[in-house]
Design a protein. Structure first.
Length: 404
């Protein structure tokens, strides 16, 4: 079993509060994605909005990573949760008073991206510090379960609420869901990070990069997650286009597809959570096979005319993406010093989110000038080629190392 982190009372509280907040986050994502499509009916604009909520991580993520390693982690948690509530409130007021325009939606998406770029290193640093070191892999698996239960429930609730009661009420529900997380933070007692010698921001950031550069396993994990983020998660950001543009299923269909991804992701996270917490090699046949399956179903998703096949395809994409994410993140987090956790995991987030944003923009642009079918075929082919190249490079390097 890999549920050991639940033995710690602080982590249980954090887990429950986070469950509510992450549901709110998924409902907010559904609202933003749906508004992007509903306001413009443009695949390109949906991709741009998706990228605006992720690209800030590329620039501000490293800054916040250094900040998290120096800050009071509880105060940082308060600030990022309140920041996300402010973004939700701004979109709520815009919807209530009728000035939800594409430009304003872009501004809110950008603000969400900036707050998220701070929140990701906060949560990735906070949770492991609530348990003993040998339970960190359990934290990663349970966080994935939490995240993907919300991905299963939140989008479906969001889609149904948008359809039945409209955007404003849906955003009010989102605000309420952030409150339990705020209520429990003061009760948490995270482990103090070791104190480092005072150094400038730039020097601290360089120290984090040097730590990564000297660990091939972390570099391998970052390369693999880049390929998955571009091809698989980039495709997921275009779900409003696929649900309504290909199948005319509207907001409910969008919520169903996002929930199907959540179902596949949840199964994957549960399997990881209930499995043994044994360390594995980052590049191994099982990991590469799962990534290959994901690329095949990327191509299937864009070329099917069956709603049922599309639902199965996105479920499999969710399973594969979560397996890769949990496996690779656990390989990094398990032996990571607490005073490096913010910096190293901010780079993880920078790579994953910025490449996802790049994928959303590129794939959205290709779909705009050609078709979703062509886009999916090119995307799946690119992913397969990239995985073969990574495997060949890794095994050749391994042979050379053995020979020497």
């Amino acid at each position: 079993m890999n549920l050991a982190a639940l033995r710690h009372s602080d982590f249980r509280l954090y887990f429950l509060g986070g469950a509510c907040a992450v549901n709110g986050m998924w409902i907010l994502r559904v609202v933003i994605g749906w508004l992007a499509w509903d306001l413009t009916h443009s695949a390109g604009f949906v991709g741009v909005i998706a990228s605006l909520s992720m690209f800030p991580t590329l620039f501000s993520g490293p800054f916040f990573g250094v900040w998290v390693d120096r800050a009071n982690i509880k105060v940082a948690n308060y600030l990022t949760n309140i920041g996300m509530m402010c973004c939700t409130l701004a979109l709520l007021l815009a919807s209530l008073f009728g000035f939800a325009t594409p430009i304003l939606l872009g501004a809110v998406a950008l603000a969400v991206g900036i707050v998220a770029s701070a929140h990701h290193p906060v949560r990735l640093s906070m949770a492991p510090r609530l348990v003993e070191r040998h339970d960190v892999s359990s934290v990663v698996a349970l966080a994935a379960i939490n995240f993907n239960v919300a991905r299963l429930i939140g989008p479906a609730i969001g889609g149904i609420l948008i359809e039945l009661v409209g955007i404003p009420i849906t955003l009010m529900v989102t605000l309420v869901l952030y409150l339990p997380s705020l209520a429990i933070i003061h009760r948490l007692q995270p482990r103090n990070a070791p104190q480092s010698a005072p150094e400038s921001f730039f020097t601290a950031f360089q120290t984090g990069l040097k730590y990564i550069a000297n660990r091939p396993s972390i570099i391998s994990a970052l390369v693999l997650i880049s390929v998955m983020s571009f091809s698989v998660r980039g495709t997921m950001e275009l779900l409003p286009v696929i649900a309504d543009g290909m199948f005319a299923r509207g907001a409910v269909g969008f919520g169903q597809m996002t929930s199907a991804i959540g179902a596949g992701s949840l199964i994957s996270a549960l399997l990881k959570g209930l499995g043994n917490a044994k360390p594995i090699t980052v590049i191994n046949p099982i990991t590469m096979a799962i990534a290959l399956v994901a690329m095949i179903f990327v191509a299937i998703l864009g070329n099917t005319q069956s709603w049922g096949v599309a639902i199965i395809a996105v479920s499999i994409l969710g399973f594969c993406a979560t397996h890769m994410g949990v496996t690779l993140q656990a390989s990094i987090q398990t032996d990571l010093p607490d005073n490096m956790r913010g910096r190293v995991m901010s780079i993880w987030v920078v790579v994953a989110m910025s490449v996802t944003a790049l994928g959303a923009v590129v794939l959205g642009a290709i779909a705009e000038i050609s078709s979703l079918s062509t886009t999916a075929t090119i995307n799946g082919g690119f992913g397969i080629f990239a995985l073969i190249a990574i495997a060949l490079f890794y095994y050749r390097a391994k042979r050379k190392k053995i020979a020497s």
